[in-house]
Structure formats: C-alpha cells, structure tokens
Write a protein that binds this ligand. Structure first.
Ligand SMILES: Nc1ncnc2c1ncn2[C@@H]1O[C@H](COP(=O)(O)OP(=O)(O)OP(=O)(O)O)[C@@H](O)[C@H]1O
Length: 254
C-alpha cells in the first residue's frame, strides 16, 4: 500500500528556555493512501497541534515528515505553499467560507488561485456540487445556507484540487446531529468512492466510528490504536469502551 505521510519522532514544543512543554512528543506515524484516520484524545492531548504540523500549517520543533517519500521540512516557504495548495485540502470546524463570494466561487477558489481554465473549473464545480447535493445552492451566499450545507461546501472546496490528503479538524463540531450525520456520510463517500485520504480530529465517538482506524493521543503521545474490523455500530461501541478505559488510566491497547 502506498504511504502518503510518514513521520519520524515528530515533536512540537512550546515555551522558551527553562519552561519547555512538548505538545506532541515523539510521534511515529504512517498514513496510507485511501485511509480514513481518526485522531482522538482528551482536551490538550495535542490533536490539533499534530494536525497543524502534519498539514504544514505549523512547523515541528524536531523530527521528520515525508509526503510520498519527500521530506517536506527541507522546503522553503514558497515551495511549501505551492506544495500545500496542490496536495492538501482542509476542513475546519467553523467552515472558513468567504462571506462575500457565492457558493460556486467558494468551491472554485483553490482552482482559481491555481489559474486553472474556466471550463475545467465549471466542470469540476458541477461534478462536486452534485456529489455533495449542492446544485441548487450554487448562486447563493454562505449566509443563506445551513451549517450542514456550509460544511458540505467546505468539503467540496477541500477536494476540488484532488489533493493527496484532506485534514479535518472537528468538522462536525458546529453541526446539529442530523447535519453531522449527513457530513459524515459525505466524508465516507469521499473516502470510499473518490479514494480521498482523510485525517480527522474528533472528540466525538460517533464521528470517529466513520473512520477506518483511530489513533488515541494522550500527553502528546500515541497511547492506543483501534482498527475497524466490523460494522460501524460495533466500532462505535469499541471506541466508547476504549475511551472509557483510557479515562480510567488502563488502556486495553496501551
Ligand atoms: N500556541 C501555543 N502556545 C503554547 N501552548 C500551546 C499552543 N497551542 C497549543 N498549546 C498547548 O499544547 C497542548 C496541546 O494543544 P492542542 O490544541 O493540540 O490539544 P487538543 O488535543 O487539540 O485539545 P482540544 O481537544 O481541547 O482542542 C495544550 O496543552 C495547549 O495548551
């Protein structure tokens, strides 16, 4: 299986001389093409820090990150921003849509920035708006959409460049349960039908049960892993049991 991301002994410290705190502390990780990986863990465990470092938003203090074998930490800022634009899609809790742009322009934005031709942009926006059930919303503006619709717009925008990987930080965090479920179905279809590799941070066991694999972080370290080998409902139950056992300090997979 093709490895999309590999990290070695990844570490991110905050603070300065004397009082240094490692928010992520020696993470070794491999993410394979077509994975839907969930990152869970208690508040302050380092989930967002890990996502930001993996997605090149932030630089680690030490360690290595390889994208398809290429060491991205050797890249200069300009090279890194081109790499990011071509290879990485983002989905945030608060959607991050541009309020003064129509839905179709929001979806098309990454391609417009890459100076792709108008016909190709139109074709892709059409295809993705139909995939995400947004065909009737294209001429509207973000304020006219529900939270669930906005997050589906953000998902369409995240994959319009066919990135190697999509990072999602608590993407259901601002949604009601029905919209969360709709979005999770969309992410699952992105993963299964479009073969999009996804890494999703979530504290929600229900959202995590849509993933194929879970990494459990605690104090900046990987404390456990769970693989989905049965139904989603059964996986949900195992995640709840596992998180409960971690809370009690006795992880079954420690
Ligand atoms: N810019 C920063 N400066 C200093 N400390 C930081 C910074 N960002 C995060 N931290 C600290 O690093 C640790 C990990 O933070 P992080 O946001 O990654 O945790 P998390 O697991 O995503 O938490 P939550 O579930 O609450 O969002 C926390 O103790 C946090 O206070």
């Amino acid at each position: 299986m093709e490895i999309v991301i590999e990290t070695r002994n990844l570490r991110k410290e905050y603070g300065s001389k004397g009082i240094v705190f490692a928010a992520i502390d020696g993470i070794d990780l491999k993410v394979y093409k077509g994975e839907f990986l969930g990152i869970m863990g208690p508040s302050g465990a380092g989930k967002t820090t890990l996502l930001n470092v993996l997605s090149t938003i932030d630089r680690p203090t030490s360690g290595n990150i390889y994208y398809k074998g290429k060491d991205i930490l050797t890249m200069k800022n300009r090279e890194l921003s081109i790499f990011r634009r071509n290879n990485i899609g983002f989905l945030f809790q608060d959607f991050n849509l541009l309020d003064n742009m129509s839905i179709q322009d929001n979806i098309a934005l990454p391609l417009a920035l890459s100076k792709v031709g108008i016909n190709e942009i139109k074709e892709k926006v059409e295809k993705l708006s139909s995939f995400f059930g947004l065909k009737d919303q294209l001429k509207k503006y973000p304020y006219q959409l529900s939270g669930g619709q906005k997050q589906r717009v953000a998902a369409a925008r995240a994959i319009i460049t066919s990135p190697s990987i999509v990072f999602a930080d608590e993407p259901t965090g601002a949604l009601d349960s029905k919209s969360s479920q709709d979005l999770l179905h969309c992410l699952l279809r992105m993963n299964e039908e479009l073969n999009t590799t996804i890494i999703m941070v979530t504290h929600d066991a229900f959202a995590a049960s849509y993933c194929k694999r879970i990494l459990y972080l605690k104090d900046g370290k990987i404390h456990g892993r769970l693989d989905k080998d049965s139904s989603r409902k059964e996986f949900f139950r195992r995640i709840i049991d596992f998180a409960g056992s971690m809370g009690g300090g006795v992880g079954e997979l420690l």
